[in-house]
Design a binder for this molecule. Structure first.
Ligand SMILES: Nc1ncnc2c1ncn2[C@@H]1O[C@H](COP(=O)(O)OP(=O)(O)OP(=O)(O)O)[C@@H](O)[C@H]1O
Ligand SMILES: [Mg+2]
Length: 301
């Protein structure tokens, strides 16, 4: 009675083992929807982090359509390649974002990181509190924490302000680095290069007469577009324009303000015109800040 099902089972087992030995692929016969591709990633080294692309909110990522060089892979790793330039409120680093499984499609970006000022003066302010009573120094610590917090918030606000301006100017079609993402006090943006090198500032180049005239036209056109959108750069100068070969790129935008909404908007615009015309005049171009200002105003309203 019992022998029949037993024999059946034994036969089935034998078939199974025979199959296992004849098929080298252990996944054969399994529906492909149950099969996952997986690969292991190495641990992170110093100066590396997992890509922050997926961890920020959608509005903290750059405007669409996105350039095709943006790396969105969840397995991507950000590697600090070193500092590009230290500035007054921020430092600019180069960061490579690449998926180790797809390294050819990695990209190098500029990371502008706003600093909280006490990172520079920490030691000095610590020595100011030395020798105080316990109670006072505890208060001081609390105060310091509060002000540290306050300054970090301020650094974050500058970053948010520059992010907003970058996105706005990019959407206006102005020549600014593509804004990739903002995360706290860090903005990742397109690295502006020429011939594979970081593009120099306008202040560092000596363009011939034709290029000089073309650069000026580009600045004037950009100012006109800004003014028509009701905006002023607020710190325009030969230091905040990058010369990428034939093309100028506008950077350093945290102080962009409304031309009319801000009480100083007009003053800032005149100052931008004065700075920029001053540089071009120094290179021998016949331009005039009052004329430029008047021309921009005529287009504005
Ligand atoms: N997207 C970029 N691509 C290439 N270089 C960049 C980029 N952004 C910034 N830089 C370089 O870093 C420098 C500092 O950037 P930025 O002017 O935005 O910061 P900052 O803190 O205002 O500096 P500063 O105080 O010198 O004006 C620039 O002058 C330029 O040389
Ligand atoms: Mg600058």
């Amino acid at each position: 009675m019992h022998s029949e099902p037993y024999t059946e089972r034994a036969d089935a087992l034998e078939d199974f083992f025979n199959d296992s030995y004849t098929h080298t692929d252990p996944l054969s016969g399994i529906d492909s929807s149950f099969v996952f591709d997986f690969a292991t990633y190495d641990d992170l080294d110093d100066g590396q982090r997992w890509s922050t692309w997926m961890s920020v909110e959608p509005l903290q990522r750059g405007p669409e359509p996105r350039p095709e060089w943006i790396v969105t892979s969840q397995g991507a790793i950000d590697t600090d390649l070193g500092i590009l330039k230290t500035g007054k409120e921020a430092d600019v680093f180069l960061v490579e974002r690449a998926d180790p499984l797809d390294p050819e499609n990695g990209v190098v970006m500029a990371a502008k990181r706003y600093r909280a000022p006490e990172h520079r003066s920490f030691h000095r302010s610590a020595s100011y509190t030395e020798g105080r009573s316990m109670k006072r120094s505890r208060d001081n610590r609390a105060l310091k924490r509060k002000s540290t917090f306050g300054r970090e918030v301020a650094a974050g606000e500058w970053a948010v302000s520059e992010w907003g301006a970058l996105v706005r100017l990019w959407n206006l079609g102005l020549p600014v680095p593509y804004p990739v993402q903002i995360d706290g006090t860090e903005i990742l943006m397109e690295w502006i290069t020429y011939d594979g090198e970081t593009a120099p500032r306008l202040s560092q180049v000596r363009p011939d007469a034709d290029l000089l005239a073309s650069y000026y036209d580009q600045v004037r056109d950009a100012l006109a577009t800004l003014v028509q959108a009701g905006l002023v750069h607020g710190a325009l100068s030969a230091y905040n324009l990058l010369a990428a070969g034939p093309r100028l790129v506008i950077i350093d935008l945290p102080q962009v303000v409304d031309l009319v909404g801000n009480a100083n908007g007009m003053d800032y615009l005149l100052r931008d015109c004065t700075n920029i015309c001053g540089w071009f005049k120094g290179k021998g171009l016949d331009v005039d800040e009052q004329e430029l200002f008047g021309e921009l105003m005529a287009h504005a309203f």
